[in-house]
Design a protein around this ligand. Structure first.
Ligand SMILES: NC(=O)c1ccc[n+]([C@@H]2O[C@H](COP(=O)([O-])OP(=O)(O)OC[C@H]3O[C@@H](n4cnc5c(N)ncnc54)[C@H](OP(=O)(O)O)[C@@H]3O)[C@@H](O)[C@H]2O)c1
Length: 318
């Protein structure tokens, strides 16, 4: 099949493009041509690379439609207006499947967990709101106009080659160095709030599985997360274990913890992760499209941190 992937040289596409090529699809990857895939793979030579900037090309959706693909995988659509433009442009093409990349940030506080990907959501910020509005619009288009959509909603995407959210709930590599040195870290509250990471390879697996099981996947939203969710405490413990250090974990009430991190930005990012305290159901992905995450949450973060060591982002005393 002819498959167009928009934004395919990042965390997800680094794994997804080679998977598509190996399944003998005719793959076109659209990006600005700035980012290079995190994983080297011969399969990239078989994909067509098209350079186009979504934020600068006024006819972006029409140009994608002109490619007349069977499948469009849209990894970088963040605004409701962009989704509307894409749906309108693709309606008169041979498209049989549009796969939209959403996010678990569409969820806000949950009343019951694990959270249902197709349930009602209360996003906490504008990013989550735009994605949720896009999800609702796409599902309406599916129900009313048979627009062939499936949605994939990843958790915190981890993997070798990039920086990941740390056990304090924000992006900051120094925390891993502190742990590697056996020094103390402080977690907010009781350390029992959660993150729900996923390996980039497993996110790609969900897109592939949804494509392969098109009939079952249409009109569905699938969480792309690992089987288990990780408490901040569990994450911190895994990291002390990884570096062969004795756990040195302190707990602070939220207000004291905000003073401890000395950064409103870090505290805000952490807040938006742990106010949701993700635990997201993959039941429909397992049942309908046969998703089987390869990595547990602990394995996901271990694989990422091994790459920090390999790239000397963290120095480990021999
Ligand atoms: N990262 C996470 O933890 C996470 C979690 C949940 C959901 N998501 C969702 O995942 C999607 C992003 O996937 P990702 O994390 O794999 O992306 P990523 O690693 O940030 O890579 C972005 C990709 O899009 C391309 N790109 C960026 N700006 C562009 C533009 N203006 N025009 C054309 N191409 C552009 C980049 O290549 P160039 O730089 O060469 O253009 C690259 O191929 C989003 O929908 C996001 O909401 C991400």
């Amino acid at each position: 099949m002819k498959v167009v992937v928009i934004g395919g040289s990042g965390h997800i596409g680094s794994y997804l493009i080679p998977m598509l090529v190996r399944e003998n699809h005719q793959v076109t990857m659209v990006s600005r041509g700035k980012s290079k895939p995190y994983v080297r793979d011969w399969a990239w030579d078989k994909a067509e690379l098209v350079s186009m900037d979504r934020s600068k090309e006024p006819d972006f959706a029409e140009k994608i439609a002109e490619m007349n693909a069977d499948v469009v995988i849209d990894l970088i659509c963040f605004k409701l207006e962009e989704v509307k433009e894409m749906v309108a442009a693709l309606k008169d093409t041979d498209l049989s499947h549009y796969l939209y990349c959403s996010t678990i940030w569409t969820h806000g506080r949950a009343e019951t967990i694990p959270a249902d990907p197709n349930g009602v959501k209360q996003p906490l910020d504008e990013y989550g709101r735009q994605k949720y509005e896009s999800e609702k619009y796409l599902m309406h288009e599916y129900r009313v106009n048979q627009f062939p959509v499936s949605i994939v909603s990843p958790g915190q995407i981890c993997g070798p080659g990039w920086s990941i959210i740390n056990p304090l709930g924000y992006g900051g590599d120094d925390v891993f160095q502190t742990i590697a040195d056996g020094k103390e870290i402080s977690l907010p509250n009781h350390g029992m709030e959660t993150l729900h990471p996923v390996h980039g390879e497993d996110v790609a697996q969900v897109f592939m599985a949804a494509m392969t099981h098109r009939t079952q996947a249409l009109g569905q939203n699938f969480h792309a997360v690992s089987e288990d969710s990780l408490t901040l405490y569990g994450y911190a413990m895994a990291m002390y274990r990884f570096f062969g250090q004795e756990p040195n974990i302190n707990f602070l009430s939220w207000d004291k913890w905000v003073d401890y991190v000395e950064s409103d930005k870090k505290a805000s990012i952490s807040y938006h992760h742990i106010a949701r305290s993700g635990y997201y159901s993959i039941e429909n992905a397992k049942e309908l499209i046969g998703y089987r995450p390869r990595y547990t949450s602990t394995q996901v973060v271990e694989a990422s941190i091994q790459s920090y060591v390999d790239r000397s982002v963290i120095n480990v005393k021999k």
